[in-house]
Design a protein around this ligand. Structure first.
Ligand code: KG4
Ligand code: ZN
Length: 334
């Protein structure tokens, strides 16, 4: 049997410090994720400077743990992969410098990974996906519809024109007095609600293209709240917001899949954890005769395993970087 190709993957693009060891792009030997939620919670959002400082403080330990949990060392690796774009610049730089240090000390090649491409790849680590597929990437920073061709080549077919859907979830949660990040809390409140949902507008649902806009929906919720006297019907607001957001995502993703000739639909990113989105997307897939795939939770939110996974394919194509590698805050999907 050919020897397995092991890659260390590092992601520090936002508020999770993560390192993982993955064999042959799929087999997760370790995937250590340290969330900074407790640090940013009281500010109601991620504070970039605090994120960079925390990454700096713990990155070495997180990498060490990724090695010990996988029971391997640097001599077992073929390469070191790191997310170098897009994300919070100071946060990205911590991961990039740490990856360079490991690569330099162990004379290993570096692989530079695009964060959104890694999210898109996550489903490929656990499912046999037919190509082309339509991927809905939904996180705190991104809302994208991408047609994914064989060989992991991307064609963006739709994107948000303003807020990302996760960002809208977090802002609405704040209006409802919920903690940060509010997405999971709104999800829970909406799922447990027996109140009739408030009907909010479906942003751009009827536009002919596959683009999204979530800032108007958030504003509609704010106006509704501002008009209320007395106690807020929080459950009815949460479930109404969730219905409007999910219906828009599912409607556009379904139509994009059909019109682009996709053979399945994949969902990825932090909001892929949303229960209503999972349920409604699966129903839409059944209606269209298309399978719908989600990654397990550990591969949904930011993690090093998806970075090491995708890097395997880049490494095999000879796409390696050198020690001059730098980070960039923004980078369109190519
Ligand atoms: O992918 P991710 O961990 O980080 C980014 O790259 O942004 O996504 C985090 C986002 C947050 O906005 C969070 O509120 C949202 O994902 N999220 C959810 C749920 N779980 C996480 N949104 C709605 N429902 C959920 N169950
Ligand atoms: Zn992400």
């Amino acid at each position: 049997m050919a020897e397995r190709l092991l890659i260390l993957g590092i992601d520090t693009s936002c508020d999770e410090t993560s390192a993982a060891v993955v064999a042959d792009g799929r087999e997760v030997l370790s995937n250590v994720i340290s969330s900074q939620v407790a640090i940013h919670e009281r500010f109601g959002g991620v504070v970039p400077e605090l994120a960079s400082r925390k990454h700096t403080e713990i990155i070495t330990r997180i990498i060490d743990r990724a090695f010990s949990e996988a029971d391997v060392g640097t001599s077992d690796l073929a390469a070191v992969a790191v997310t170098n774009r897009p994300g919070l610049i100071g946060a990205l730089m911590v991961g990039v410098e740490a990856a360079k240090a490991v690569a330099y000390a162990s004379r290993l090649p570096l692989v530079a990974v695009h964060h959104v491409e890694a999210h898109i790849y996550a489903n490929g680590m656990v499912h046999e996906l037919p190509f082309p597929h339509l991927c809905l990437t939904v996180s705190g920073g991104h809302t994208l519809l991408v047609k994914v061709h064989d060989g992991w080549e991307y064609e963006v077919v739709g994107r948000t024109l303003d807020d990302a859907v996760g960002e809208a979830y977090d802002k609405v949660a704040k209006l409802l007095g919920l903690a940060f990040p509010g997405g999971p809390l709104i999800d829970k409140m909406a799922e447990g609600s027996s109140a009739a949902p408030i009907v909010f507008p479906r942003p751009m649902a009827r536009s002919g293209n596959f683009d999204f806009s979530f800032s108007g929906l958030k504003t509609a919720v704010r106006y509704y709240i501002d008009k209320q006297a007395g106690e807020l019907p929080r459950e009815a607001i949460a479930s109404g917001f969730q219905e409007a957001a999910v219906e828009t995502l599912v409607g556009k993703a379904g139509r994009a899949a059909r019109e682009t000739g996709a053979r399945c639909i994949t969902i990825t990113g932090g909001v892929a954890a949303n229960s209503a989105l999972r349920r409604r997307m699966t129903e839409e897939g059944d209606r269209l005769g298309l399978p719908v795939f989600y990654p397990p939770m550990s591969l949904c939110t930011d993690n090093g395993a998806m970075v090491a996974g995708l890097a395997y394919h880049q490494y095999r194509r000879g796409e390696v970087a050198d020690l001059r590698l730098s980070a960039s805050a923004s980078a369109p999907l190519e």
